[in-house]
Write a protein that binds this ligand. Structure first.
Ligand SMILES: [Zn+2]
Length: 162
């Protein structure tokens, strides 16, 4: 079974065009200069509608995450648990995405990550994140790891319940 595809629209088309080239593109407000994700028609900070597209670094860190053992779509069942994370990009915005390329039990809050792309169709690639090559040297925050694993294995944590 194939995974669901995001719907490409006039608003997010530049994002997905970048994705096909391996570029993580973000909007940036031409008035207040703040970075914006997800794609929209007006700046959520100042309501300006002149928004430009800029290729971001693709780097960030895990802000929070949950291990998903019961995905909402059967196409994901073959690779549970899925690490669903809030990734704080270096530019500021937070993306909800999947952490791949690492044992799920190794993921920790603060883990440095970089964008990778999962090609889901000819037109659509979806952004995921994997640990950067030097992540082990930055894995000293045991406190963050302990906090991350104190929740239930079903995966609370992104909904704002604390
Ligand atoms: Zn703005």
């Amino acid at each position: 079974m194939s995974k669901p595809l995001p719907r490409v629209s006039e608003v997010n088309r530049a994002f997905y065009e970048g994705a096909l080239k391996g570029e993580l593109r973000l909007q940036q407000c031409e008035a207040c200069r703040k970075w914006i994700y997800f794609p929209r028609v007006a700046c959520p900070h100042c309501l300006e509608d002149r928004l430009g597209w800029v290729t971001a670094s693709g780097r960030g860190s895990v802000y929070s995450f949950a291990l998903v053992h019961r995905p909402q779509h059967p196409s994901f069942n073959g690779k549970i648990p899925i690490v669903l994370a809030a990734v704080a990009l270096a530019e500021g915005p937070v993306i909800i995405s999947e952490i791949t390329g690492v044992d799920p039990t190794q993921v920790f809050i603060g883990m440095p990550v970089e964008a990778v792309w999962e090609q889901r169709s000819e037109e659509v690639a979806v952004v995921h994140f994997r640990p950067t090559a030097d992540w082990r040297s930055r894995a000293s925050s045991r406190e963050g790891r302990a906090a991350a694993f104190s929740g239930n294995p079903g995966g609370a944590g992104l909904s704002g319940e604390r």
